[in-house]
Design a protein around this ligand. Structure first.
Ligand code: NAD
Length: 315
């Protein structure tokens, strides 16, 4: 399999800076970040790694080494762009922008340079539409915060070669991630299909007056949510037995939410300004399914990385 050393990350925002950091962790890697606007990529990477240093998971020297392997350019014709063997695209979630960027890259990079798109929800097949060599493109769906969450969904289009998918899986494994192969280009890939099936039911339970929002979250947190990393759905189904799974589904699925559009409750909330953390504050509180002060919002946001580090590194 090909050894890849020269990486290009297009878009130096939240995801791009984290992905550059991950790739720079590979032995002998050189990472170029390309953006249309100036980006202080070193500052972003240092910011990402601050808590890891504080917790003693990496040292300042490790951070310096990662940062020294990343350079930044706004020039599409620069050496860092031209010499890229693998590109991860992290520009805005805009189909035309992504299509045009890959078409532009094809004019500059080698014929066998691998193209990856970090789109959240768009079809990698459609993103490859303006490429001459569609077989070189696949999805690599990282999860935020990408420098902590291990999963990356590698999404094959009908055109993606096995060799490209295998190489991308290997690079990501070597970089310490947990890549999984999504064999078909379907909306939501693998993990978001499951996540949003759960959210659809959670919202429906509130909408139908079965339980209030806080109770729904508690029911998740204090039961299957607690054991999910140990007992994910399919091994859990095996543990209770596929016969019992069949019997439960035969009884209960008929009553579960199966609507194919977004919930009217969500629309009602949006129209009423209940935008969650992004709502306008009224009397010091922002409303969504639940109600929050700014201090509670700041604590919830800051607490995520702490929580993930505890889970992943026991620190
Ligand atoms: N934020 C998330 O949680 C998340 C998770 C998974 C995937 N994604 C996807 O990753 C991509 C990037 O998301 P983000 O949150 O990092 O966005 P972001 O807004 O933080 O960063 C986007 C960057 O792209 C740059 N950019 C814009 N146009 C460009 C162009 N033509 N060429 C090069 N750079 C350009 C911007 O200047 C900016 O720095 C999106 O497709 C998004 O859907 C986001």
């Amino acid at each position: 399999m090909r050894e890849i050393k020269n990486f290009l990350v297009c878009g130096g925002g939240m995801m791009g800076s984290a992905i550059a950091q991950i790739l720079a962790g590979l032995d002998g890697a050189k990472v170029t970040v390309y953006d249309v606007f100036p980006v202080d990529i070193a500052a972003k990477v240092r910011g990402n790694m601050k808590l890891l240093v504080e917790k003693g998971i990496v040292t300042e020297a490790d951070v310096d080494k990662i940062v020294s392997k990343i350079s930044f350019t706004q020039d599409m014709k620069s050496e860092g762009v031209k010499s890229a063997e693998l590109v991860v695209e992290c520009v805005l979630e805009d189909m035309q922008m992504k299509q045009d960027l890959f078409a532009q890259l094809e004019e500059v990079v080698a014929e066998d340079t691998i193209f990856c798109t970090n789109t959240s929800v768009m079809s990698p097949t459609e993103i490859s539409a303006k490429c001459k060599h569609k077989e070189r493109l696949c999805g690599t769906h990282f999860w935020n915060p990408a420098f902590l969450i291990p999963l990356v969904e590698v999404v094959k289009t009908d055109a993606t070669t096995e060799e490209v998918a295998d190489t991308v899986m290997k690079v990501l494994t070597d970089a310490g991630k947990k890549p999984v192969l999504c064999k078909k280009d379907v909306p939501g890939f693998i993990a978001n299909r499951m996540q949003h099936a759960l959210w659809r039911e959670a919202i429906s339970i509130v909408e139908r007056g079965i339980a209030d929002a806080e109770t729904v979250d508690d029911a998740c947190k204090y039961s299957f949510g607690l054991r999910l990393p140990y007992l994910p759905p399919l091994v859990n189904s095996d543990m209770v037995g596929t016969q019992l799974t069949y019997n439960i589904h035969s009884y209960v699925l008929n009553d579960l939410e199966d609507r194919h559009d977004a919930s009217p409750l969500l629309k009602e909330m949006i129209d009423g300004g209940k935008l969650g953390f992004r709502a306008e504050a009224v009397d010091g509180r922002r409303e969504g399914f639940m109600s929050y002060t700014d201090e509670e919002i700041a604590a919830k946001n800051a607490g995520l990385n702490e929580y993930l580090i505890k889970m992943l590194y026991n620190k």
